[in-house]
Ligand binder design. Sequence first.
Ligand code: ZN
Length: 164
Amino acid sequence: MTVNHHPHDDLLLSYAAGSLSETWSLAVASHLSLCPECRRTLELAETIGGILFADMPDERMSLDALDHVLARIDQPSSEAASGNTQLSLDKRAIVSTTFPRVLREYVGHDVDDVPWKSIGGGAYQHLIETADKSARARLLRIRSRKTGPQSRTSRKRVDARSLW
Ligand SMILES: [Zn+2]
C-alpha cells in the first residue's frame, strides 16, 4: 500500500501527547503503522516531549499519589471513555497487506471480510464503532483514479482513506 497523504504535524504532536480523541487516535495509529516517515516525526515529537518533561520542576507528591496511579492502571477502559488515548502502533502491518492490528481490532474483520456498504459511484464505506462522540470513523473503499464522495459538513469525520 502506498501512502500518499500524511497527517499534519500538530495531529502527530497531539497523538504523541495522548490528547487525541479515540477516533482520531485510531486514524493516526493506523496511519503510523504504515508510514515510516510519520513514525520518525512521532519519535522526534516524543523525544522533545520527554526532554521538556524532564526539565519541569519537581513537585512534591502526596503520600497517596502512587495509590491513585495504580488505581488508574487497573481501569483500562476509563482511558478510552475519556476520549484521551494513544493507541499502540502495529509495526507488523508494515509488511502486511492486511489492516494494522489496531484497526482490525476496531473493525472486527480484515480487509476482505469487511461488510462494505455501497455509497454510490463505485465507492463503499464501513462505519467503525467507537465511544467517541466528537467524531465518526469510517473506512472508505474506492478504486484508484476515482474521486471521493462529497463531504457532509454536519459532523467531523475521520476517513481512513485520507490518511493512508
Ligand atoms: Zn505519514
